[in-house]
Design a protein around this ligand. Structure first.
Ligand code: NAD
Length: 465
């Protein structure tokens, strides 16, 4: 015989299903892409109100749908991203999207905290902020949208994406896929939206819009500065120049393999990728030899290194953007070197004042600098990190050395004895994020980052021990 509880639960279920179907019929054909910022924001405000009126269970269903849709469409969106942006590698985009779809936390990240004592009970809840404006990069258009989308909706918000103009098609498609997954799971349309033709001008409109409650910038220094100057709550995830330091106690072959894999993933366009190697002189030759022995790293001879530097660093001392994210074969071909397809990276043995040591190159060309000892290595690595508070990596078996470097460099991510990407959860513990908020300090962002804290106090009640 059915209990009162099961009867109520089935009535609630039926009402929920009816509401879902009504919403779906009402918004058939609508894809969450808007011509204007105003339209997107107005709809986002209404959708967010609907979202917070729904149970958490419904939110979980939407997130499950977003994860599944991202995985189901992975091949298509990865191909599209490489084709449109001409950056990175298809097989690594596939890994990026799987990582974001499976290791971005959902509503479990916003579990409330309760504290009881002689004076009663305190409940702290992570409440939505409302509507978020998210400005996304060209480098990881799919991963960033999957990660931001899941995190922001899990936290009970709506989000308006303004994509990088050169990743417009991919980002719009990605946002549409996530939007559809939400609608299919019974969520309100317009919860995830994007601007049809995103530009710096539409980014500014989002930054200044009175109904946008929080801004999130994933990109270089200018966009981070733009959101931080807005007067609104803003999360800034900016540029890095991650150094990898190898001391004489490291397992050198393992270090070499990790660096080759880490620095070459997605042709070095992840902001966390190793961007320069600093190695204690006594093990430098061994490190280079083991890197070559992976069969994936090509050591540039000094004259080749000069040619490549002239090619990828322009006369103003800036990175030549034409080569960002390209395969090593494509870059080296322009100085007359033909590499077979097994190669993933080119390495060059250079002094510390070489421009590639200081620039965020975002291409599979990585400089190696020799230092006398680990102390000199730590000092140099700290300088090269340039206060970005982003990522640093060390290969060592000496705990004191690792502790000294970690303390000195103050980065958001510090990886020991693994590729840099293990610090974002790829082959390393912990959740993933493609918005790593170094400048504003939230670290690897997740649902909780996109909330505001609310406290509820019950005086003299609910302590039962
Ligand atoms: P970008 O800064 O050129 O663009 C990022 C976004 O900001 C785009 O949507 C762009 O249109 C917008 N934008 C740029 N300048 C703006 C301004 N002045 N006002 C308003 N909007 C502006 O970055 P990118 O080339 O797409 O990405 C690569 C950079 O981003 C690298 O420096 C990389 O390290 C960094 N990045 C950081 C993270 C992180 O989590 N910390 C993640 C990915 C990329």
């Amino acid at each position: 015989m059915a209990t009162n509880e099961t009867i109520i639960s089935s009535v609630v279920q039926k009402v929920l299903e009816q509401l879902i179907n009504e919403e779906k019929t009402l918004h058939q054909g609508f894809n969450g892409v808007y011509d204007t910022v105003d339209e997107a924001v107005e709809n986002a405000v209404e959708s967010q109100k609907k979202l917070i009126a729904m149970p958490l269970e419904a939110r979980d269903k939407m997130i499950a749908g977003m994860r599944k849709s991202a995985l189901d469409n992975n091949e298509m969106i990865s191909k599209l991203a490489v084709r449109e942006t001409k950056l990175g590698r298809y097989e690594d985009k596939i890994r990026e999207n799987i990582l974001c779809a499976t290791k971005t936390p959902g509503t479990e990240d916003i579990q409330p905290i309760a504290k009881s004592g002689d004076n009663g009970l305190m409940l702290l809840e992570y409440a939505p902020v409302g509507v978020i404006g998210s400005l996304t990069p060209i480098t990881n258009p799919t991963g960033t949208l999957i990660h931001n989308g899941i995190s922001m909706i899990a936290a009970g918000n709506a989000v308006v994406f303004n994509a990088h103009p050169s990743a417009r098609e991919t980002s719009t498609k990605m946002a549409e896929i996530l939007h559809q997954a939400i609608v299919d799971a019974g969520g309100p349309p317009g919860l995830i939206s994007s601007i049809r033709n995103p530009t710096i001008e539409t980014a500014k409109q989002i930054i200044e819009h009175p109904k946008i409650n929080m801004l999130v910038a994933t990109g270089g220094k200018p966009v981070v500065k733009a959101v931080l100057s807005s007067g609104k709550k803003a999360i800034g995830a900016g540029a890095g120049n991650p150094p990898v330091l190898v001391d004489e106690t490291a397992h050198i072959r393992r270090a070499a393999e990790c660096i080759v894999d880490g620095a070459s993933i997605n042709n070095n366009i992840f902001c966390t990728c190793e961007k320069e190697v600093i190695v204690v002189d006594e093990v430098a030759d061994a490190l280079i030899k083991f890197m070559q022995e992976t069969g994936k790293a090509y050591l540039l001879a000094p004259e080749e290194a000069d040619k490549i530097t002239k090619l990828v660093v322009n006369s103003k001392g800036k990175i030549n953007i034409e080569y960002i994210g390209k395969d090593v074969q494509v870059i080296l071909k322009d100085i007359g070197i033909e590499l077979n397809e097994k190669y993933r990276l080119a390495i060059l043995d250079v002094p510390k004042d070489h421009p590639l040591v200081w620039l965020e190159q975002m291409m599979p060309i990585i400089p190696i600098v020799r230092v006398k000892d680990v102390q000199e290595g730590i000092r140099l690595a700290v300088e090269l990190e340039q206060g970005n508070r982003h990522t640093a990596i060390m290969h060592s078996t000496n705990v004191d050395n690792m502790t000294a470097f970690a303390r000195a460099v103050q980065t958001t991510i510090f990886v020991k004895n693994g590729p840099a990407y293990s610090g974002i959860g790829l082959g390393g513990e912990g959740h993933t994020a493609f918005t790593i908020a170094g400048p504003t300090g939230e670290g690897l962002t997740s649902a909780r980052t996109f909330t505001r804290q609310r406290r509820c106090t019950l005086v003299e009640g609910f302590r039962i021990i």
